[in-house]
Design a protein around this ligand. Structure first.
Ligand code: GLU
Length: 452
């Protein structure tokens, strides 16, 4: 059976880093198996869903290089849910309930006060046909609950958490449909997973108790409406936490926009999210094929995965240091060529820093004032400068011999005069880029009397 996974965001906001991670893992799982990855937009909540968020989700996934093989939208599949609902109704697995939100809240409080779990008491199941007719005559439309089967424990073998067991009598019969006919997330999701042949549901551990309930929905739906379908496998990943070890507000809203603004490469985020929370080391792996090949649910731990933003900078630098000119060409200053990229690449953490280093080549630069002795030395340097494939090596060798200077005394004034900085990319790579004329002019200017 072909592996089919899905990422099912509700378009009620932007993707945050936790969602992106779930999307990535589903994509990796599908790619590794040579299967399919579906983007499913869970937009049954017409009031809260917004088209701009749908666009944002598509854009962010594309930026991260998580390309879906297909896109589905729940709002275009409402007849499927209606048909499944009818089948469940026929099978006696959904029932109408008439309590108001206030009544339910009151029941909850009473149960909690008695030390009982705040689950729904199933009072609606005791209503007679006349009771229901009376409610409806009063103009009270029912909402609908899925009737859990209390006879058997719910079990599944979770791809990350191992054997799971829930007692259905400790769970509320979930509301699947509101009084206005709109759908809550649970039932449409199970219908879609069966209808689209989803083989693996991989999502955050905040969905574990939903899975318990949905397993019964899957069973009921297979019996009533999807006889040729199979229940997917389930895996729930530990949630992401911030540096402080807690689910932070910041992390909950940290999205691709913030990363783009910080000039983080998508490859750095992907490399981090692919391995975070697993027993594999987080490494600057830019090759997606390598991440696909090494993806393994059995390496996922159950402890919360800590998202460390400073690790992201480290990875970003390491990813950039591996990048070829062709991969970044379109994002570099116009006149910068492959040699320029190779010269500055080891010195950057973020791509935008290229501009500052490149400025040392193109100028203008800010040279420091030199002591008389260094000025004389720089005058010698200007006179000794010749041009070849290796002007820096030639110049320093010659000056070493003629002046007896070595180490810092030899290199630092030259670097300062030629670039205006105490440190930076390798001079042997920068000098050929600066060029003979500009280099001589900079040396001569530094050799002249202090400007102040
Ligand atoms: N739309 C649901 C959510 O965003 C989907 C959860 C799932 O089944 O993956 O929480």
């Amino acid at each position: 059976m072909t592996t089919i996974t899905r990422f099912a965001p509700s378009p009620t906001g932007h993707l945050h880093v936790g969602n992106s991670r779930t999307a990535l893992h589903n994509w990796l799982l599908a790619r590794q198996a040579g299967g399919k990855f579906i983007l499913r937009i869970d937009d049954t909540d017409a009031q809260r869903s917004r088209e701009e968020y749908v666009d944002g989700i598509r854009k962010d996934l594309a930026w991260l290089g998580i390309e879906p093989d297909a896109e589905e939208r729940q709002s275009l599949r409402l007849e499927k849910y209606e048909a499944a609902f009818e089948a469940l109704k026929q099978a006696g697995r959904v029932y109408p309930a008439y309590e108001t939100a206030q009544e339910l809240e009151l029941k909850r409080k009473i149960r909690l006060g008695r030390g009982l779990p705040p689950i729904y008491d199933r009072a609606a199941l005791d209503l007679s046909a006349e009771d229901r007719a009376a409610k409806e005559a009063e103009g009270i439309a029912p909402h609908w609950r899925f009737k859990l089967d209390h006879d058997e424990a719910i079990r599944w073998d979770d791809g990350i958490r191992g054997a799971q067991k829930f007692d259905p009598s400790q769970l509320s019969d979930p509301v699947v449909r509101r009084a206005d006919g709109s759908w809550l997330y649970m039932l449409p999701s199970a219908v879609d997973d069966l209808d689209m042949g989803i083989t693996d549901v991989l999502r955050g551990e905040d969905h574990v108790s939903n899975t318990a309930v949905q397993i019964q929905m899957f069973t009921a739906l297979i019996a009533a409406a999807y006889p040729n379908s199979e229940m997917p496998r389930f895996a729930h990943e530990a949630l992401l936490v911030g540096n402080e070890g807690k689910l932070s507000k910041r992390l909950g809203s940290l999205g691709c926009d913030a990363f783009r603004e910080r000039d983080i490469e998508p490859e750095a985020i992907v490399a981090l999210l692919a391995r975070l929370g697993t027993s594999r080391p987080v490494e600057a792996i830019a090759d997606r094929g390598e991440l696909v090949a090494s993806f393994d649910l059995s390496t996922f731990g159950r402890a919360p995965a800590r998202f460390d933003e400073s690790e992201l900078d480290r990875l970003n630098a390491a990813i950039l240091h591996q990048m070829d000119f062709a991969e970044v060409e379109g994002r570099l200053p116009d006149e910068m060529d492959a040699a320029g990229w190779h010269a500055v690449r080891p010195n950057i953490t973020h791509l935008k820093e290229v501009r500052d280093w490149w400025q040392l080549v193109t100028g203008p630069i800010d040279q420091p004032d030199f002591e008389a002795e260094d000025r004389a030395f720089l005058g010698d340097a200007a006179a000794a400068l010749t041009w070849s494939e290796t002007p820096w090596q030639d110049l320093t060798a010659r000056l070493k011999e003629s002046t007896g200077r070595k180490g810092k005394a030899l290199f630092l004034p030259l670097r300062q005069a030629l670039t205006g900085k105490d440190h930076g990319p390798e001079m042997k790579e920068l000098l050929p880029l600066i060029g003979e004329e500009k280099a001589r002019e900079r040396l001569e200017r530094s050799a002249a009397s202090p400007r102040s």
